[in-house]
Design a binder for this molecule. Structure first.
Ligand SMILES: C[S@@+](CC[C@H](N)C(=O)[O-])C[C@H]1O[C@@H](n2cnc3c(N)ncnc32)[C@H](O)[C@@H]1O
Length: 566
């Protein structure tokens, strides 16, 4: 009989109890924001909770929304001025809200305003100015913790312009300089060129404890939904659980091992025999993006349009003439699924023709913009849209991400979601504003954690196509069923993306030149890299999409053979 000793019963430790209390407080503040969406103090309070929970990115997101609301309060002509001012006036100015009583802030503000002759110092204006400095403090420290030094530095300077002697801001400025020196490898006396500061970092990639949209991908319900959808696009395939090698970060001595650790994920499997050369899956997706401004691709499916003279079936939207679709089908699908949300709204020029360093980020952002347009037009939460709901997000368990942060260290290696102020916070909100969406009223659909979750799913599943002009990625798309197929360096399919994403059974296999074709029960094995390359190059190429060093049979055999011959 099993006995239960006191140590066997799970007593939550102090850290867990504190964490649960903070998650609970976050929920109460989120509920309060649903009732008072223009209340900048609530945003600041939630930002502090996010900081305490070690989500500096989410803290920065809330502090930025609070900062936008301070602008609304201070500028009478702004769209939400009345609502933001009204909400702020519900808070006391004596004493000030607790969230503003931080370090020397209130004393500094008092000293600065005591010398003034009362001009413009209506209580709510003073409160808004004080709150803006608190926003700059949270923004600069949080962005520093995420590794976004240029934005952190920008916000610290903006805060210091209002309160030049503020001790907390000066301290943060000092930390930014320390980290900048380390990241730029500067000697202590070398000057820092602030234009050189890195501005991308990493944040936690996880299913947030409050995310109720993530399905159990292995449940009967999910699998039967996915298989129902698959019926028309891949009638000979089924989605099933697949046992995959656990991927390592780089080279290891396990290539020769017979048994390696595995994990369960989803994959595509043949239900019936598939002949060599036969189409395995044909998928149409509107979750596409194009980062060239006036480009000749279909706005809906991303197909390259034929030269103008030859266009016979192409359709221009009669309302916003510049938007072109390859045919009536794409035009009607776009109108059903997303186009009215962006039609004639001047969203088109955002993030187009980016600098070389921003090409990939711009495509991910434009995929997010398309998702938001679909969500807005269809009135479905972005994470509930079937185009991304079931997608693999390469999430790291919350417990592994929950580590102490140090201002001098930068983001820990467990944090794997690339992050920048510009692409995760600023531009997505700008896109929504262009779409005439009130970003405050629609917080549940447009909270930063929602954007981060969508980004987690796009990275690792989106495919991109290079432009003919300069070979840079120009068009990207997410095909939620195509991306269920796992990788192998001896693939049994190959793929082609025109208007549809198509998987074909290979005529011959790479290893041993065996005949192609797929037998019922076999897994559909796609390729995420050029399989004609040598093993080391393949592993390096596939690493981004796979999330680690490829451990397929072919890679392990070839690497072990190469090691043996060294
Ligand atoms: C595009 S998804 C493929 C579908 C995914 N297995 C799912 O459950 O939805 C890519 C992810 O699948 C996993 N994967 C694909 N091929 C793999 C392989 N050969 N070995 C290990 N993991 C693989 C990796 O975790 C990768 O990040």
């Amino acid at each position: 009989m099993e006995s239960s000793s006191p140590s066997a019963t799970s007593v939550p430790d102090e850290r867990e109890v504190r964490r649960a209390a903070l998650v609970d407080r976050r929920q109460r503040l989120t509920d309060a924001l649903a009732l008072a969406p223009y209340d900048l103090i609530l945003y600041l309070e939630r930002a502090v909770v996010y900081s305490d929970l070690a989500y500096p990115d989410l803290a920065a997101g809330d502090a930025y929304r609070a900062l936008l609301l301070t602008d609304e309060v201070l500028n009478e002509g702004f769209e939400y001025h009345e609502q933001a001012k009204g909400s702020l006036e519900t808070h006391s100015t004596n004493p000030y809200p607790k969230v503003l009583d931080h370090g020397n802030l209130l004393a500094n503000i008092k000293n600065t305003t005591d010398g003034e002759d009362g001009d413009g110092s209506e209580p709510y204006r003073q409160l808004a100015t004080t709150a803006s400095v608190r926003c700059f403090q949270i923004l600069s420290l949080s962005l520093l913790l995420c590794g976004c030094l240029a934005s952190a530095s920008d916000f610290v300077e903006k805060g210091l312009k209002i309160l030049p002697g503020n001790k907390e801001l000066l301290e943060i400025k000092g930390y930014i300089e320390q980290v900048a020196r380390r990241r730029l490898r500067l000697k202590p006396d070398e000057p820092i060129d602030f234009h050189d500061l890195p501005d991308t970092g990493a944040v936690r990639r996880e299913i947030y404890p409050w995310n109720t949209y993530e399905p159990d991908r292995f449940s009967e319900e999910s699998l039967s939904f996915l298989n129902g959808q698959l019926e028309t696009m891949a009638p000979k395939c089924a989605v099933k659980v697949s046992c995959l090698p656990v991927l390592l970060e780089g080279e290891s001595n396990t290539d020769e091992y017979e048994i390696i650790p595995t994990c369960n994920q989803l994959g595509l499997f043949a239900k019936e025999d598939i002949a060599p050369g036969e189409a395995v899956l044909k998928e149409y997706s509107l979750l596409t993006a194009n980062n060239r401004h006036k480009e000749s691709t279909c706005d809906a499916c991303g197909t390259e349009l034929p030269p103008l003279k030859m266009q016979t079936e192409a359709v221009n939207c009669p309302e916003c003439y510049d938007t072109v679709f390859c045919d009536e089908f794409c035009f009607s699908q776009a109108n059903e699924q997303y186009h009215p949300a962006v039609c004639d709204k001047d969203v088109d020029s955002i993030a187009k023709d980016p600098e070389a360093k921003d090409v990939a980020e711009s495509l991910y952002l434009l995929l997010l913009a398309r998702l938001l347009a679909m969500s807005n037009h269809q009135e479905v939460h972005p994470l509930a849209l079937k185009e991304i709901k079931y997608i693999w997000g390469d999430f790291v368990p919350t417990q592994l991400n929950d580590i102490d942060l140090s201002v001098n260290a930068g983001p820990p290696p467990e944090w794997t979601l690339p992050f920048s102020f510009k692409y995760n916070i600023e531009i997505p909100l700008h896109v929504l504003e262009k779409m005439d969406i009130d970003i405050f009223e629609t917080l549940p659909q447009h909270d930063l954690w929602v954007f981060n979750t969508a980004y987690s799913k796009f990275r690792g599943t989106a495919s991109a196509r290079k432009g003919l002009r300069d070979g840079r990625p120009e068009v990207a798309a997410v095909h939620p069923f195509w991306c269920l197929a796992n990788h192998d360096c001896d693939p049994n399919v190959t793929w082609e993306w025109g208007g549809r994403m198509t998987l074909f059974a290979r005529e011959t296999r790479v290893v041993g030149n065996r005949p192609g074709g797929i037998k019922a029960g076999e897994e559909i094995l796609n390729h995420y890299c050029d399989v004609d390359l040598p093993v080391k190059d393949r592993r390096e190429w596939a690493q981004g999409a796979l999330g680690g060093w490829c451990m397929c049979r072919r890679c392990r055999d070839e690497a072990a053979a190469a090691n043996g011959s060294d």
